[in-house]
Design a binder for this molecule. Structure first.
Ligand code: ATP
Ligand code: MG
Length: 224
């Protein structure tokens, strides 16, 4: 990683995927892979949240969640673990994370924030959400409908999408921020919630997440 104010010439476009990762699973990994390919990104940063403002405090410590992310992405050269939210106290705001990434990478690097459709429906409740698009692009992916969840967008979000929307990946590459796009990816109806429930009931979670993450969960008796 580069020191602040010393942006790398090599990295021109990155993706970032924030989440609780409680635990990481193939839904996260496949989405990151397909967006990295579709948008021709140099790397994807996985950024676990310490203290997600929109969720109750996760039952699993940030250290365990971070360790599982590191294991899950270990064999992929494009995927990078980024622990900057774990070093901040208080709530993890994406806006702060983006300011900190800009300090590291400079103003010219294209940064694209990845989001599942479930996360985007609540985007207009995020801390100073309208400023976020000034610091990054947003790439949305359809998440398979989850029972009981409402995926309808607010008027504000519809207008937001309309104002920033592009289908052209070059727009995201040629600008550092400011565009929103939607991409179709392989639909994987996998969630951390369902995985935690399965584990609690002693069911197998094989083929939903990497084996080394499963081994870690077993070793530390998580989600029992
Ligand atoms: P939980 O059930 O605990 O909320 P989760 O599976 O939703 O966990 P998060 O860590 O909350 O995982 O998600 C981080 C980001 O990854 C969000 O933007 C979310 O929409 C996206 N995401 C998670 N799972 C998938 C999936 N299966 N397909 C597409 N996007 C996903
Ligand atoms: Mg979620």
């Amino acid at each position: 990683m580069n020191a602040a104010g010393n942006p790398s010439a090599k990295i021109s476009a990155i993706g970032i995927l924030g989440g609780t990762f409680n635990p990481i699973h193939f839904g996260h990994l496949r989405m990151a892979q397909e967006l990295a390919d579709a948008l021709n990104l140099d790397e994807v940063r996985f950024i676990p949240a310490a203290n997600p403002p929109h969720k109750d405090t996760p039952t699993t410590t940030a250290q365990h969640r971070a360790a599982m992310v590191q294991l899950g992405i270990a064999d992929n050269k494009t995927f990078v673990f980024d622990d900057r939210e774990l070093h901040r106290s208080g709530a993890s705001y994406t806006l702060d994370t983006l300011h900190s990434l800009r300090e590291e990478l400079g103003e010219k690097t294209s940064i694209t924030l990845f989001m599942g459709s479930d996360a985007f429906t609540k985007f207009d409740t995020w801390h100073r959400w309208q400023e976020i698009i000034q610091l990054c692009h947003i790439a949305l992916v359809q998440r398979p409908q989850q029972r009981g969840h409402d995926h309808k967008l607010s008027k504000a979000l519809e207008t937001f999408l309309h104002n920033h929307y592009t289908e052209n990946p070059d727009d995201l590459h040629n600008h550092a921020s400011g565009f929103a796009t939607m991409r179709h990816i392989t639909a994987l109806d996998i969630s951390s919630t369902a995985i935690r429930n399965a584990l609690q009931h002693g069911e197998s979670v094989r083929y939903l997440m990497p084996d080394n993450v499963m081994d870690y969960i077993q070793k530390y008796h998580l989600y029992r």
